[in-house]
Structure formats: C-alpha cells, structure tokens
Design a protein around this ligand. Structure first.
Ligand SMILES: [Zn+2]
Length: 387
C-alpha cells in the first residue's frame, strides 16, 4: 500500500469524473439525501476499490421502495436459515460497501479551526476494543434497505450550520419502510411526542417509539438504563408497555414532526429518557459486514476538548485516496458529550476495513494518526495537540 505521503488528490475536483459517475448511474438514489443536504450535491456512491470485495459486490446501492403489503411481513423476523443469513450478510455488505465520496470543496465542510479548547475532560483510559464495545443495536431496517446514516449530519453536528445540533443519526429510506426494533426491551413511548416532551420542544420528533433496552450499561456510576428512540414515523404499530424483540416491527418510516424528507431519526439515551442524555449511536450500532467503527478523542495538551473540529479520515489504495469522510468533534452545548464507555468526542461507524489516515488542523496545528479499522471492531484513537 502506498504511504499516506500526499493527501492532495482528494481536493482535486474533477468534473469529468463526476459526469462519468452520473452516466454510470452510481449517484446515490436516495431522495432524502438531496433534501437534507441541498448544498452537498457532491456525495457519490463510489464502487469501492477493494479488490476481492469489489468482485463480490460490484453494484451500487439502490434503495428499493417497499411494496404496499411489505410491512406485515416484518411483524416478526422469520427464523432464518443459513441461506437467509447469508443473504442478509450480502445485503449488509452491499450497503456498507456503497460508500460515499465527497468530491470538491464545500465551504460548510472545509477545515475549520475552533477559537479555543473547551472544557477539561478527566483523564480516561479507554477499554480494550473488545471489552469496551457495546455494539448492541442491530440494523433498524430489513436487508436491502439503506442502513447508512447521513454523514453530513452526524451526532453533534449542525450539518454545516443549517440545522439544530443533532442528538442522533438520520437514516434515509422511503415512506413506509419497516422500522425494526434494534434490540429487545420494553416500549415506554409509542405515539406523538406531545404532550410527552421527547425533543427540544413538542411535536419535534412526531410519531415516536422509545424502547428501554433489556440490557443495562455498566458505568462507573453503576448500571444505567439504555433507551433507543425512533422518530418521525409515519405509523406506530406497537403500544406502551409492550415488550419487543430484536427485529420486531415498530412502524414505518415517515417525516412527522420536524423532518425534511422521509427518514428515521435514531437516538441512544443513557440513564434517562431525555433529550439531554444522548450519546452517539455510531458507537452502538453493530458495524455492517466488513466495516468497523472509529471513536476519536481530540484533546489539547492540558486535556481540554477541541469542539467543532473537522478531522478527515482518508483511506489509501495503491492509486491514492479512495475514500474520505469527515469526523466532527462534538460541540460544547446541549449536553452533547462522550459515551461513558469511550470518553470520545467524535465517532463514525460503518467504516470499511482497512488502513486510514486521520488528520486535521487545530488552530493551525496539524494532527495526524494512522489507524487500522478491523471487521466488526472498535478503533479508538486519542489525538493531543501541543497547544
Ligand atoms: Zn435526526
């Protein structure tokens, strides 16, 4: 593999390549993408240049529209034989490998430097990737549907200043796409988020389901409840007090509440079912096949967080940069903070396995670290500036 000596290629905007991508029909066919990110039109599905895997899964992801009678079939997940499992893995792989590449320069995504470090975070020894991981959440959609959340509006992000600070992740799929319980637990909310307040104000998440998971999280403050919220549903098919198993049908994707385009807003809450107790769902979703998760802790020399820094994650192949994402460090607002297991201030999931360079600029100081992403695992990286 070529060394990460030169990161310039990613900035080379090539209109001819873009036209070629359009001609090949690999533009992500996800209406929600355009509606949520009207200014980020340079994200394209790229055929991953990963030899063995590309041969197996050469096609770009397409988001199938569910048929009228699709929903009832997902009321409970059927017992899966080996073939079904295999098919599911292939679907997941196809989803995960249809990665998006950001081309060109978007002013909202360019490197920005924070004015200064934020609050002092306690020293933190991250657990081992195996003991610390809590990938408890299965995909919220059946195989064949989009499972990737919008990277342009990740947890803690404002989507380049266009939206409220995000307390969850958004996964676009057509209206009516079956939403499945991502883990087992008790339904503690099922219906409109009014009069019960779930967001910053009433009617923010529209039709919503909240599940208190059966599993509890062990933290330094004892066992904590874990809640998963599913927002903007077009329909709700469960009732409060009901127990649901992983894969049970909860309702359909919609855009009730404050939503631009149909999508699922998924949130993870620790300790309390509250808008101010959210953590990054990227750390909780089981990585798709052949992908892993990256958690970042970006601190100053004195252990203060650097909020609002955009770190770039570059994947290298023989030919140069082949994949690119931005990790935004969390803002110092609205109780957006680290996961009790990881102490991170930025994270991304569903990163194709491989070697990456994580780099960025903090007040003019370059930080960089080479990292390896392994299948189904967490990669934790701490970066410290000299400031
Ligand atoms: Zn959302």
């Amino acid at each position: 593999m070529a060394g990460p000596a030169n990161i310039d290629p990613i900035y080379r905007y090539d209109p001819e390549a873009l036209t070629q991508l359009e001609a090949e029909g690999v533009l992500l066919p996800e209406p929600y993408r355009d509606e949520l990110n009207p200014t980020i039109r340079d994200e394209f599905v790229s055929r991953p240049p990963m030899t063995g895997l590309s041969l197996l899964y050469p096609t770009a992801l397409s988001t199938p529209v569910p048929s009228e009678d699709a929903a009832p079939r997902f009321v409970s997940r059927p017992p899966m034989g080996r073939l079904n499992l295999l098919r599911e893995e292939i679907d997941k792989a196809r989803t995960s490998l249809s990665t998006q590449v950001e081309v060109g320069a978007d002013p909202g995504l360019g490197p920005r430097s924070p004015s200064g470090p934020g609050s002092l975070w306690p020293t933190f020894d991250p657990p081992s990737p195996i003991s610390g991981a809590h990938f408890w959440l299965e995909p919220p959609f059946p195989g064949g549907f989009n499972q990737l959340y919008s990277p342009g509006y990740q947890f803690g992000s404002t989507g380049g200043g266009r939206y409220r600070i995000h307390h969850g992740v958004d996964i676009g799929n057509p209206v009516g796409t079956p939403v499945l319980a991502t883990a087992s637990g008790e339904v503690i909310h099922a219906g409109p988020d009014n009069p019960e307040l779930l967001g910053p104000y009433n009617d923010f998440y529209g039709n919503t389901v909240v599940i208190r998971l059966d599993r509890k999280l062990n933290t330094s403050r004892g066992e904590q409840d874990v809640f998963v919220l599913f927002g903007h549903l077009v329909s709700v098919e469960v009732q409060e007090g009901q127990w649901v198993g992983t894969g049970d049908y909860l309702g359909g994707v919609g855009m009730t509440g404050i939503a631009i385009g149909p999508h699922l807003h998924m949130e993870v809450r620790i300790g309390q079912n509250s808008y101010l107790h959210t953590v990054n769902p990227a750390l909780w979703m089981r990585p798709a096949a052949f992908t892993g998760t990256v958690a970042v802790r970006l601190l100053s020399a004195t252990g203060r967080t650097w909020p609002g820094v955009q770190l770039s994650l570059y994947r290298y192949e023989e030919s140069g940069v082949s994949w690119y994402r931005v990790v935004e460090t969390y803002p110092e607002q609205e109780s957006i903070g680290p996961d009790p297991s990881w102490g991170e201030n930025g994270a991304l999931s569903h990163i194709p396995v491989g070697t990456y360079l994580l780099t960025g600029s903090v007040n003019g100081e370059e930080v960089r670290q080479e990292i390896t992403v392994r299948d189904g695992e967490m990669t934790f990286v701490e970066l410290r500036t000299q400031q």
